[in-house]
Design a protein around this ligand. Structure first.
Ligand code: UD1
Length: 363
């Protein structure tokens, strides 16, 4: 079997790592195509080296642009690549513009598409990712689902026959890296302006709904700055660009701007932290898997399982809460008792590869 993985953005590289490893112990051929959606070393190269992913076979170097321009550029570059390789499957990951571009190009060439992390829904049509994931699910031939909840969404949309529950591949890699941190193979990274031996929070913000309006971004930054613990803000380039554009200082009060971290260092930082404040999907899950409370500055989450037992809490608008309540929420202790484990057993990548192979034989 020949499978072409199409990736481009940081979270897809995390998902690619266990998949590439699973392919490595088979006779299947695995071709990696990087669209170039993310090109900064902090968002791309460090994931290939840190997670020991083989370098991409093809790099399209598409770069940034408006959604239409970026997605269109990817499609026009991918067309010839899919045509040349004619894989048995194109495997697309998650919900970025690289995902929908890869799926659309492949189905038009009658190449089978498998969608990893299928069936997630935020039901928020303002999110570009929601359109990407809905469109990709309906284009794909095989839907590899991370959770029961995702399966339910696909059943409701009439896609049951194409859907298989495999578990969450990000959990595969997170659990493995957690072991390396616990065994001392990975150190807690140095965070600028933060003593990682004392309580601190890890924060990220990158969703357009949070970064692209000056009022909204100012409110969120001020809310983070008002917390009584140091807040290590692992700043995505979009956040930095928007803060510069709007004249918002990312270093104020408790807030200390840091660079995005490579994956293993991120896991180590979360383990060392008191908790997480974020709008990232992946980090909500990672906080749960690593036993840290998470506060999500969004109106909804695709990973509803993280809300169970109060491990994750949605705070759409911190400035609307009385200040003491915001502080109490963002700095709350982890719930007692073991966190729920709804994301699979850490073998989702192997299962995904096996499912593609058996599907090929039977369909
Ligand atoms: C993309 C995904 C989002 C995912 C996120 C992870 C889409 C629609 N969004 O959002 O689902 O959660 O990746 O990080 O695909 N930039 C750089 N260097 C880079 C990449 C981007 O400076 O290497 C800047 C550019 O100004 C760019 C902006 O960040 O315009 C946004 O990048 P883009 O890839 O469009 O979306 P993300 O916000 O990263």
């Amino acid at each position: 079997m020949k499978v072409m993985s199409i990736v481009g953005a940081r979270p897809q590289l995390v998902k690619l790592a266990p998949v590439a490893e699973a392919f490595g112990s088979t006779d299947h051929q695995h071709v990696i195509v990087h669209t170039g959606q993310h090109y900064d070393a902090d968002l791309s190269d460090v994931f290939f080296t840190g997670l020991r992913i083989p370098p991409p076979d093809v790099h399209l170097g598409v770069g940034s642009g408006s959604h239409g321009v970026q997605t269109g550029a990817m499609m026009s570059a991918l067309d010839a690549v899919v045509e040349e390789h004619r894989p048995d499957w194109v495997l697309v990951y998650g919900d970025t513009n690289s995902t929908v571009a890869g799926a659309l190009v492949a189905v038009k060439q009658h190449v089978r598409v498998a969608h990893l992390e299928a069936g997630l829904r935020s039901f928020n049509r303002r999110m570009p990712e929601e359109h990407n994931r809905v469109a990709t699910d309906h284009l794909a031939d095989l839907l590899l689902c991370p959770t029961d909840e995702a399966m339910k969404h696909l059943v409701r949309e009439g896609l049951e026959e194409r859907s298989v529950l495999v578990g969450d591949v990000m959990t595969d890699v997170c659990l493995k890296v957690r072991e390396s941190v616990e065994s001392g193979t990975v150190d807690i990274p140095e965070l600028r302006g933060v003593d990682t031996g004392s309580p601190f929070l890890v924060a990220t913000l990158h969703r357009p709904d949070n970064t692209d309006s000056p009022e909204r971004l100012r409110d969120l930054v001020e809310a983070l700055a008002s917390l009584p613990l140091p807040v290590a803000l692992l700043a995505h380039p979009r956040l930095v660009a928007k803060a510069d554009e709007f004249g918002i200082d990312l270093e104020q009060g408790s807030l200390v701007r840091n660079r995005p971290l490579p994956y293993a260092e991120l896991v180590a930082a979360v383990i060392a932290s008191h908790g997480v404040v974020t709008d990232s999907g992946g980090l909500q899950k990672e906080a749960l898997l690593l036993g840290r409370p998470c506060t999500t500055v969004r109106t909804e989450t695709e990973w509803v399982e993280t809300l169970e037992g109060g491990w994750n809490r949605l705070v759409p608008d911190p400035q609307q809460l009385p200040p003491a309540e915001w502080v109490a929420t963002a700095t709350r202790a982890a719930p007692t008792g073991p966190p729920p484990r709804p994301f699979g057993d850490g073998r989702a990548a192997e299962r995904s590869v096996d499912t593609m192979a058996s599907w090929l034989r039977s369909h």
